[in-house]
Design a binder for this molecule. Sequence first.
Ligand code: NAD
Length: 484
Amino acid sequence: MVSRVIPVDNFDLVIFGGTGDLARRKILPGLFRRFISGQMPEEARIIGAARSDMSVDDYRVMIRDAVHEFDPASAKHKDCLERFLGQLGYVAVDAMGEGGWKELHAEMRENTVRAFYFSVAPSLFGAIAERLKSFGLADDQSRIVVEKPFGKDLETAKKLNRSLSEHFDESQIYRIDHYLGKETVQNLMAVRFGNMLFEPLWNSQYVDHIQITVAETVGVGGRGSYYDTSGAMRDMVQNHLMQLLCLIAMEPPAKFDPDAVRDEKLKVIRALDPVEPHHIVRGQYAASEKTPSYRADVENARSFTESFIAMRCQISNWRWAGTPFYLRTGKRMKARTSEIAVVFKDAPHSIFGPEAGYHRNVLSIRLQPNEGMTLGVTIKEPGPGGMRLVDVPLDMTFAEALGPDAEEVPDAYERLIMDVIRGNQTLFMRGDEVEAAWRWTDPIIEGWQRRNDVPKEYDTGSTGPDDALMLMHRDGRRWREIKE
Ligand code: NAD
């Protein structure tokens, strides 16, 4: 199979926060991989804009080091890397003041796509948006990309939306959720809407339940002070898990176009029932022999913030009435894995009798590691001894199915940035979607605060608190195994 890399138009991309962790770890190595693949035009310019006073040469050294550190495999393309670095510029800019903006303006070219990536704290979004306009850097064709967290509740999200929409039209605002840039997530839409096989079964008549698990083995790391004010609900559920749920549950959009897709996602969020307190389990990881506890990590001995959450959600519409969605995410868990599992109902009658065994069909969509899908199908166990049934996976792991081309699959950030340049908003969250997600999330968090809810402790390397298992057991169901 031959991969088709379609080059994007020429562009100027300004990365505010160009010296920060995200820019060095993800954005610039990602852009370099697109450069190697031939997708990024040689005339494109990337301009780092940040607080530090440094020369362009120093910035190039910084980014060369970052590519070496965070993507050693692509750093081997030495000549290519030097050419890529030659396309970088740097301007010291004060987001809150006047310094550097005229210099930045002087770097920009006319008649070129202009994109501005806000890889800075959200408290700077409004100030940057305002200055982009007042210094004449952005016009009606320019795009801005904003990072999470997009607010910490409905009120702050609305305020952020207002501060951006004062200066930019919604069609120019790209709210990034890197989960949506994953190949498998888009494949989920291809599988659902490109095949006749699945969609007729995609409803409560045939689907028993759906599980979404995003498990991490790491703790809060150096993000302790931020994380402790956020917790798993704000950091993972309100955005990433909610987006996955929307794509799984939405009605078929009339076409694969940004607003058609986002309209359908929004309807899902609006149809989510409020979650009863007994349908939510919060957890906090305990210390292990080798790792500190959550409270030690965030240096807050009385923290009630959750590093784990499991919940049972219900979508009140014709398609999903009666089919629960179980969401689970946590840190310091048994393995690093992200999976969506669609668990189909039992066949109405077993002609083989109980001794043959029975396995439910499960469509497993893995986001990481090894992006791909498997469909569990029941067949006869080979050999003599009568009819015994086994579950075998129909495997659609991309690395195997696509051969060496699978390595070319761009990572989420790369794909999303190229979509910004192309002007395609399909995989970006719209303002009303984000607000609707907070509208559903806020009462849950307020309920915990009102009740002084204390998260349950769980062992590092486990699957979360026992209560999370009970959440499923009570419904006569089981979580899927957490494995790499
Ligand atoms: P960081 O602290 O490493 O970098 C911040 C950057 O902002 C630096 O380049 C700094 O110079 C610049 N900056 C700060 N104040 C400025 C000012 N007044 N004027 C101009 N520039 C200024 O932060 P980060 O980890 O790179 O995160 C950036 C944003 O991305 C944050 O909103 C964060 O929540 C979000 N985010 C980060 C990650 C990640 O993995 N690091 C993941 C998802 C989202």
